[in-house]
Design a protein around this ligand. Structure first.
Ligand code: HXC
Length: 292
């Protein structure tokens, strides 16, 4: 179970209550480990939120749970059966959110897909699936939300990664997708800036209790990574939530087109993910898989 927040969690944070009163957040991947806690902190700070996901049951359950933190019951909406690869489904989710809450101020494009695979085991379809979810899905999310963001002079956060700052083995697909997400953020910041819309990325490092880490750990326990992190601990979902609040708040009014790396300094030491089984796992293939 990922770390989640409770009603008294706000005492642990530096933010003032009601910071996001009357604001509405639209969060893809909002039922997942990292984005759920981003949603929780926004809701604790007074925002309303729509959590968007593919799995309807998981998304609706998460929304009910996050709503327990809200100032006013019914402030969190779960919208399932939405695949970010489908812009029409996203548009319908935007419409539902606006129908319920009247506006959208903040968008978090957090839905992502990932798995460990080296090139010989990564089909063209598998590469496309991840690029479509992570990169096209991020574009689609902003595309569908744009009319609302224009009205509210809103703000966007893409959830990126640090994998592509170096060559990370077994993560070709995600690295390519997240490099694209960073480029998307920079270009959109330039295009949407004149409309008063800010666009930034958060690049999480190794976040304990996250789905990403459990999928990519190669059997390594989070504690085993700590020596590879300059700040000597793995990150928490609260670290990402704090960066989110900063980027959406007025404190970041002049900040757009940035990539906020929240990794304890880890990427400066080079790639961590996948470095343990490298290169033995690659060299262990008896023959190159010829499946496309
Ligand atoms: C090799 C794989 C594979 C694996 C799927 N595929 N899993 N190939 N190794 N482990 C291949 C399939 O065989 C198929 O190709 C192609 O990918 C598409 O698979 P589908 O199952 O049809 O696609 P889909 O249902 O769209 O699933 C998308 C998915 C899946 C990304 C492939 O893993 C998924 O839905 N994941 C859930 C969400 C998720 O991953 N969350 C983690 C986010 S963490 P072929 O050619 O065989 O038909 C995260 C962190 C990133 O993103 C940064 C970390 C630091």
């Amino acid at each position: 179970m990922p770390n989640t927040l409770n009603k008294s969690s706000l005492e642990e944070f530096v933010w003032k209550p009601d910071l996001f009163k009357d604001k509405v957040a639209f969060i893809t991947g909002g039922a997942g480990s990292i984005c759920r806690v981003q949603a929780e902190l926004l809701v604790l700070l007074g925002a309303k939120a729509a959590l968007i996901g593919r799995n309807a049951e998981k998304t609706e359950k998460a929304a009910l749970e996050v709503d327990q933190l809200s100032h006013e019951p019914g402030s969190v909406l779960g919208i399932g059966n939405v695949d970010v690869r489908n812009v029409q489904q996203l548009k319908a989710a935007i419409d539902k959110t606006v129908e319920r809450f009247g506006r959208i101020d903040y968008v978090i494009a957090g839905a992502a897909g990932n798995f460990i695979a080296d090139m010989t085991n990564l089909s063209a379809k598998a590469f496309k699936a991840v690029v479509d979810i992570d990169l096209l899905g991020s574009y689609n999310t902003v595309k569908a939300a744009l009319p609302e963001l224009v009205k509210s002079k809103g703000s966007v956060i893409f959830v990126s990664a640090t994998l592509h700052y170096t060559g990370t083995p077994f993560q070709i697909h995600v690295s390519a997708a997240k490099a694209g997400v960073d480029a998307l953020a920079r270009a959109l910041a330039v295009e949407l800036g004149p409309l008063g819309i800010r666009v930034n990325c958060i690049a999480p490092g190794i976040i304990g209790n996250s789905e990403g880490l459990s999928r990519l750990s190669f059997g390594t326990k989070p504690e085993e990574y700590t020596k590879r992190v300059p700040l000597q601990r793995v990150g928490s979902t609260k670290d990402i939530a704090n960066a989110t609040v900063y980027l959406f708040s007025q404190a970041a009014d002049y900040v757009t087109g940035t990539i906020e790396v929240v990794d304890g300094g880890a990427w400066n030491l080079g790639t961590v993910m996948g470095s343990l089984p490298y290169p033995d796992l690659l060299l262990s293939h008896q023959k190159i898989n010829s499946k496309l």
